[in-house]
Design a protein. Structure first.
Ligand SMILES: *Cc1c(COP(=O)(O)O)cnc(C)c1O
Length: 366
C-alpha cells in the first residue's frame, strides 16, 4: 500500500534531530512566546527573504491577521472587495469573509492552474483593496502583470504561501513577492509541524507589529490593550520542530521535483492529462486530470495506491457560501470534476514512483 502522504516516514528522516529539539524545549521549562519561537521567526524570515516574520496559530489565522491588520491600519474596511482565485482551498476565502470583506472569485488558467492574470483587471472595482494570490500545488502564481496591476490600482498584494514553501520566482522566494504573505505549517505542508502552526512574512514593519499585537490579545505592552485582539501563536515545541525541518526543506523539495519530473516524462496515457510543469514548482501536490477521474481513483485504490482530490467541491458551490452559488466558474468546476492528486513527496522510493507510473499507464488498457 502506497499512502498518499506518509507523515511518519517523512518525520522519521529527521527523528534524532527532532527529538533533541523537542527535548531542549521540554527541559527549558518555557513553552510559549520564548527564544525558540523568536529563533525560528528569524530563520524563516531569512529563508523567505523578508525583514519580518511573525509566528501565529495556523495558516488561516495568518491570512486573517494580515487582513485584520490592514483594517486596523485603515487600508481597508468592512464591505471592501478582495480578489482571490476561485480554485483555492476554502481557508483563503474564509480569511476574507471572517473579516467582513467581500471575496471576488477569479478563474484560474486551465494549464497553469493559477489565477488567470488576464482576468484580474476586469474584476477590479472602486471597492477593490487587495489581491490574494495563492501559489497552488506549490507553483508560483505571481506574474509581472499582477505586480503592475496592483501598483496601478494601489491594491495590496497578499500571498497565500501555504502550499509553496521554498518555491522560487527568479532569485526570490514566494512569500516575499507581495506586501505580506500567510504561511501554514500544517503537518502535511512542504514545511510541516507536528500540529498546527503558521506565520506572516512581510517587509512592512508597521504591518508586522500590528499582526504581532493582534495575535497576542491586541497587546502592545503587557496588560495594555490598544486593539481587540485574539490569541494566535506558535508554541515553542512546534517552533523547535520547524527550525529542524527548515534546514531540510530545500533537499525535500528537490526530491519532490525529481519525482514530478519522472511523472511528467513517463506518464503517457491518453486518458490522463499531466499539468504543464512550472520550472520552480515545489509540488506540494502533483495533480493529474482525467475525464474518468473517479474510475482512475478506484483503480489506483484497488491496486494499493492512495490518492486525494484537491478539491472535490468548488467554494462557490459550498453550502456555507450560498450567496456565491449563482456564479458561473466553468474552469474551476471542471478542475474539481477531473483533478486527482497522486503521491509526490520526499519519503517515496524510486520503486514506488515506478509502480505508480506503471499503474497510470496501464489504466483503461486492460
Ligand atoms: C492549508 C492551507 C491553508 C490553511 O492552513 P491551516 O494551517 O490549515 O489553517 C490556507 N490556504 C491554502 C492554500 C492551504 O493549502
Amino acid at each position: 500500500m502506497i499512502k498518499y502522504l506518509d507523515l511518519k516516514r517523512i518525520n522519521d528522516q529527521h527523528d534524532a534531530e527532532i527529538r533533541q529539539a523537542m527535548d531542549e524545549v521540554l527541559q527549558s521549562g518555557w513553552y510559549l512566546r520564548g527564544n525558540t519561537t523568536t529563533r525560528f521567526e528569524h530563520h524563516f524570515a531569512d529563508y523567505i527573504g523578508t525583514r519580518f516574520c511573525v509566528g501565529c496559530g495556523n495558516g488561516l489565522e495568518a491570512l486573517s491577521l494580515i487582513l485584520r491588520a490592514y483594517i486596523e491600519l485603515g487600508v481597508m474596511k468592512e464591505g471592501d472587495e478582495v480578489i482571490v482565485p476561485a480554485n483555492t482551498f476554502i481557508a483563503t476565502v474564509l480569511a476574507i469573509t471572517e473579516n467582513r470583506l467581500v471575496p471576488v472569485l477569479v478563474e484560474p488558467d486551465a494549464e497553469t492552474l493559477q489565477i488567470d492574470d488576464r482576468l484580474i483587471e476586469q474584476a477590479v472595482t472602486p471597492r477593490t483593496r487587495a489581491v490574494v494570490i495563492v501559489h497552488l500545488y506549490g507553483r508560483c502564481a505571481y506574474t509581472e502583470r499582477i505586480g503592475e496591476l496592483c501598483r496601478k490600482h494601489s491594491l495590496k498584494l497578499i500571498e497565500d504561501n501555504a502550499q509553496a514553501h521554498g518555491c522560487h520566482y527568479g532569485d526570490r522566494l514566494t512569500g516575499s513577492l507581495g506586501d505580506a504573505a500567510g504561511h501554514s505549517f500544517y503537518p502535511g505542508k512542504n514545511l510541516g509541524a507536528l500540529g498546527d502552526a503558521g506565520a506572516v512574512t512581510t517587509d512592512d514593519e508597521q504591518l508586522a507589529s500590528v499582526v504581532a499585537a493582534l495575535g497576542n490579545y491586541g497587546c502592545s505592552r503587557k496588560y495594555v490593550h490598544d486593539l481587540e485582539g485574539c490569541n494566535s501563536r506558535i508554541d515553542e515545541l512546534q517552533a523547535a520542530v520547524l527550525d529542524v525541518k527548515l534546514r531540510h526543506l530545500d533537499k525535500a523539495n528537490r526530491r519532490r521535483q525529481q519525482i514530478a519530473a519522472r511523472y511528467t516524462e513517463t506518464i503517457k496515457n491518453p486518458l490522463i492529462h499531466i499539468p504543464v510543469s512550472g520550472r520552480d514548482c515545489v509540488w506540494h501536490i502533483f495533480p493529474v486530470f482525467s475525464e474518468c477521474r473517479n474510475e482512475l481513483q478506484a483503480y489506483l485504490k484497488e491496486n494499493g495506491v492512495e490518492t486525494q482530490i484537491h478539491y472535490p467541491i468548488p467554494i462557490h458551490k459550498q453550502r456555507c457560501y450560498e450567496s456565491l452559488s449563482s456564479l458561473s466558474l466553468p474552469i474551476t468546476e471542471r478542475l474539481c470534476d477531473t483533478e486527482l492528486s497522486i503521491p509526490c513527496n520526499q519519503s517515496m522510493t524510486d520503486q514506488e514512483v515506478t509502480e505508480i507510473v506503471g499503474l497510470l499507464n496501464s489504466f483503461g488498457r486492460l
